[in-house]
Design a protein around this ligand. Structure first.
Ligand SMILES: Cc1cc2nc3c(=O)[nH]c(=O)nc-3n(C[C@H](O)[C@H](O)[C@H](O)COP(=O)(O)OP(=O)(O)OC[C@H]3O[C@@H](n4cnc5c(N)ncnc54)[C@H](O)[C@@H]3O)c2cc1C
Length: 221
């Protein structure tokens, strides 16, 4: 394993846009760069540096990051505009939000781009999970087909009204409402990623409803 203080240069290859605010930034993968699915990197350009979770499969030649262009955001906006060929600074992979196999059923709960570590876990072969993905609009349900095929239960939770013509099952409401009103009782390990407010609310709810469950979390804000 490279030391966590290791620094790399990577080159932007391209952007893949899922909608007008969420994109995948694809970069070269430096020789010797390793990571565990679920880990993040610090990505830097000029004086700016922010954390982003890797969504690539472990052996993939390209480094992929799923990024939301934040309104008034500094680096997420800049990264969206930088052309292919631009060099960025990259830290070693960091963090502990990794899949912990156990005899319990994994239940992944994400808001927005908090889906990123679960894409990496799926890409590394994790299957048969329950996945709740909270977004406003179906266009933010990135990797929906792949995740749906791999999951035991995949449920998009839309905070805005479900658009007419949506031809796949969705829950109208927050992920926390789904957990409170629909999620079957069971023996789960919970993994929560995304908005801190969601993690805060759900941790309390899960503690009450599933006192034996392990809860792992990663806050993005
Ligand atoms: C461990 C970790 C992993 C992360 N992984 C990802 C990832 O995979 N994809 C991703 O898109 N982001 C991820 N983030 C968030 C990311 O690091 C940045 O915070 C985000 O891109 C905003 O940076 P910015 O420079 O554009 O905005 P800033 O200039 O830092 O902030 C601009 C405005 O946006 C607000 N803001 C900043 N971040 C958020 C947020 N996450 N939610 C709501 N409001 C916010 C600020 O309060 C401010 O008002 C992760 C964060 C952490 C801590």
């Amino acid at each position: 394993m490279p030391p966590t203080s290791a620094q790399y240069n990577v080159t932007i290859l391209d952007h893949h846009w899922f909608n007008d605010e969420i994109y995948e930034l694809r970069c070269t993968r430096p020789p010797g760069f390793t990571f565990q699915p679920g880990q993040f990197v610090e990505l830097g350009h000029q004086h700016l540096e922010r954390e982003y979770t890797i969504v690539s499969a472990p052996e993939e030649a390209v480094l992929r990051l799923l990024i939301k262009r934040m309104p008034q955001g500094n680096l997420s906006v800049l990264l969206a505009e930088l052309p292919p060929g631009t060099i960025l600074n990259l830290s070693a992979a960091k963090g502990y939000f990794c899949f912990q196999p156990s005899d319990k059923q994994p239940c992944f709960i994400a808001t927005g781009t908090g889906i990123a570590p679960f894409i990496a876990m799926y890409a590394a072969g994790v299957r048969d999970f329950t996945l709740l993905h909270g977004v406003r609009h179906p266009s933010a349900l990135v990797y929906r087909n792949e995740l749906n095929a791999a999951a035991r239960c995949y449920m998009p939770c839309l905070s805005a009204p479900i658009p007419t013509g949506t031809d796949f099952p969705c829950f109208q409401g927050y992920v926390s409402t789904y957990v409170r009103t629909v999620l079957p009782h069971g023996d789960y390990d919970f993994y929560l990623c995304g908005r801190r407010a969601m993690i805060h609310d759900l941790t309390h709810l899960l503690d009450e409803r599933y006192p034996q469950a392990r809860i792992y979390s990663e806050a993005y804000d």
